[in-house]
Structure formats: C-alpha cells, structure tokens
Design a protein around this ligand. Sequence first.
Ligand SMILES: [Fe+2]
Ligand SMILES: [Fe+2]
Length: 225
Amino acid sequence: MTILSVLDARQIPHEVRLDAILQKLNSLKTGEGVVLVAPHAPDQLMRKLLKEFPGRYDFSPGSRGPEAWRYHIVARQAGPRTVSGYLAWDHDRLDGIMEIATKLAEQDQWPRAANVLAEFKEGLFRHIDIEEAILFPAFEERTGMRDVGPTAVMRLEHVDIKEAVNDIAAAAKAKSLDDFESAKGRLLGVLVEHNMKEEQVIYPGVDQMLDGASREQLVEKLLLG
Ligand SMILES: [Fe+2]
Ligand SMILES: [Fe+2]
C-alpha cells in the first residue's frame, strides 16, 4: 500500500494554512499521498481540489471528527476519472488499513489496533454508504434492476460485512486475538468476493452506462460523499 506522510494542518497558522497544504499536495508525485489532519471538516479544500486540479487527487476520509478530521489524499495521474478507478482505489486503501490493524493485533498492541480498526470501520461504512446512496441508484435507474439483480445482492452482503466489522472491533476491545481472527475470517469470506464482483460488474457497468460528463459528476459526488 501507499505509505502516507502526515500533514497536520492544526500545526500551521490559519492565515497560511491553505497555501501550505496546496503547496505540499502540489509537490506529491503520482502515487504519493498524505494523511491530512484538520481541526474541522475540510470540505472546502476538497471542493477546491476537484475544481482547480481536476482528476489529480483521490481522497477519502480516515476519520471525521469530532476533534480532528483525517483525510487520505493520494496524487493520481491527472485525467478522466471512472467509478472503477476511485472505488477500487478505496478498496485497496481499506485493505491496507486492515493489514496494519492485523499486524498490531498480532503484536498485542490492542489500543493502537483498536484505533486503526475504528478508522477501518469508519472508512468501510462510509464506502458502503456512498455505494448505496449514490452508486447503486445510478445502476438501478439505468438497468431497471432494483429488488432483484446485482445491487440487491450487494446490499445484503453489506449487512453481513458490517456485522463482521463490528465483531472485529469488539474483539479488539476485548483484546482477544482468537475472536479477532475468527471475525476477520468471516469478514474476508464475504468481502473479498464482494469487492471482486463490484470491480468486475457494477463499477465498470456504471462507467459504461454514463457519458464522460455524467461519469465525472458521479465520481465527484462519490468523492465528496
Ligand atoms: Fe460494496
Ligand atoms: Fe465497494
């Protein structure tokens, strides 16, 4: 996974904060990224990135408040965006977070593992939310498949995925490696294939159904969701 350096905006004086952040982001090479830590929701910055540097950054929240907002921002090859590009990137990002949590759990570092898992949970639940609220309706509207069809299956799997994630978090709280591993096994039993089906069927399906401008618009909604 991409190693992200931390850019703590709370340490930068307010008057020069935005410029300093943009300068740092500008200096990133393709594939490099940062974890931006902000004292409030950085919505304005994210909109600015989309408007002034179209197609240049992928980003997703690591955590959202109440004291700090952590955003993962990674520079990509500027150019047209696709649903596949953004959401598959987010799958990989989440896999990377789970990898870190697993290492910490195996090393018996439970408080840190629990923190990383909280970030995983927030990120995955948000990923599921934007799929269900923004992406799946676009697919269902164009295919007429709502109650039956691939998105109906994905919605059901999301329920199992969320349940397994909650069990993993509970295992970390109880500091039980056995429970952690068994809940993680249950999660991966659903998630690996789930992500594959989305990446092979739903994401490219929506990409193909939309023209360039609507696709760009949809991906922006996902990014800001
Ligand atoms: Fe999903
Ligand atoms: Fe997904």
